[in-house]
Design a protein around this ligand. Sequence first.
Ligand SMILES: *Cc1c(COP(=O)(O)O)cnc(C)c1O
Length: 442
Amino acid sequence: MYFHGTSKINDKGHLEIGGCDTSDLAAEFGTPLYIVDEDLVRKRARQYVEAFRASGLKFQVAYASKAFCVMAMCAIVEEEDMSLDVVSDGELYTALQAGFPAGRIHFHGNNKTPDEINMALDANIGCYVVDNFVELHLLNALAAEKGKSVNVLLRVTPGVEAHTHDYISTGQQDSKFGFDLGNGAAYRAIQEGLQLKNLKLLGVHSHIGSQIFEVEGFRMAVDKVSEFAVQIKSELGLTFEVINLGGGFGIRYTSEDAPLQVEEYVKAITDAIKSNFSQAGYPLPEIWVEPGRSVVGDAGTTLYTVGTSKDIPGVRKYIAVDGGMTDNPRPALYESKYEAVLANRANEAVQETVSVAGKCCESGDMLIWDLELPEVNIGDLLAVFCTGAYNYAMASNYNRIRRPAVVFVKDGQADLAVRRESFNDIVGNDIIPARLKKEAVL
Ligand SMILES: *Cc1c(COP(=O)(O)O)cnc(C)c1O
C-alpha cells in the first residue's frame, strides 16, 4: 500500500494521518469524514513556489480553488504565498470572507455574469481571465461604469490535446473554453481588447487539461503561445508581460498512475519559456501556473464506516459504506480509480476482494471495484486515499444526504474546517407554500 504525506500505520495497527489516529477521528467527528493532511498541502504548495524561485523567472502560483474551496484552505494558500483562482461568485465570496488578498485573486470562467463581474470589480481583484468576445466587451463596459481599469489575460485554446479523459481535456480546438489560436479568434480578441480603454491586456492563458502525466503537452502549449506572442508583438505592438500555463499536473491515485515530480513539470515549462522567448529576443514574461488537484489531491482521505455487505457467490462481494457518490462523484463521472485500506486494521493481511458501494439509490454509485482487503467486518472503517481534490468540491445532497465534515490534521491535532451539515442545512431553504402547510411531526 502506498501512503501519502504523513499517513502511516501506528502501533495499534490503525491508520494515522497528521499524527491523529483515524479511529479517534471517526469517534470524535463521525463518518463519513474528509481528512486533510495540512503538512502535505503545504509541502505541495512549497514545491511549486520553490521550483519557480529556482527558475529565476518572475512567477505566480495560483491555486485553482475549484479543486477544494473552503475558507481554511484559502487561509493556507494565503500563508504559502500563492495566488488564488476563482470561477464563481461563491468561490470569490469564500476567498474574500477568508481574508484572502483580493489583488492575488484571478477570476476564470466561460460565463461570468454581470453580477459576478461587478462583485469582483468592487473587490478590486487582481486579474480577469477573459474567455470570449461577449465577456471582453461586458467586462470593459462594467469596468468603465465604475471608472476602473482591470488586468486581463485572454484564455486561448492552443489546439493541444493532453492525453487525458475527454471531459477533463480542454486544450483542443473543439472546446467551450477560450479563443482559438488556430482560426484567428485569439488574434482578433487582442485587436479588439487593445481598443477597449478599461482593459489592460497582460498576456494570454492556456489550460490544456487535467491529470496530465507528461511534459510534452505543456511544451507544445508553450511553443504555440510563444509563437503567438512574437506575432502579436511584431504586428500589433503588444508585448505580453504574463504567460499563464494553467494547471492539470497529475497525481498518483493508484499504482497505475505515474506522475512526474512537481519540480519536473515546472522545469519543463520554465525551460521552454526561457529558450523560446530568448531565442526570439523577447523580454522574458512572468509565468503563472494554476495547480489545483496536485496541491490538495493526495492530502485528502475520506473515512467511512462499513454498514452492510452482500455476497453474490461466484460473482462478487459488495460492501457498502455510509457515503458514496454524494461525497465522491468522480468514480461515477470519470470512472476514477482509488486505493483504500481498513483504517482500524491497516496492518492485517489481504484476505478478500470486495467492491465498495455507496448508499445512494443508483447502481452507478460505486466507489471502488475489486479492492483487496482483510476480511471486512461490519463496523470497520474504510479510508479512501487521494480524495482531497474534486470531492468535497463536487459533493451533493443527492438523496438528501448531509455533506460530511472536513478536518485538518497536523502534529497530532485535528481541527474542524467544515462542520457536518445539519438537518436544518437540508431543509433550511425549503418553503412549504401556505396552501400545503402541515404540522411538522418531528
Ligand atoms: C481546473 C482548472 C485548473 C486546475 O486544474 P487541476 O487539474 O486541478 O490542476 C487550472 N486552471 C483552469 C483554467 C482550470 O479550469
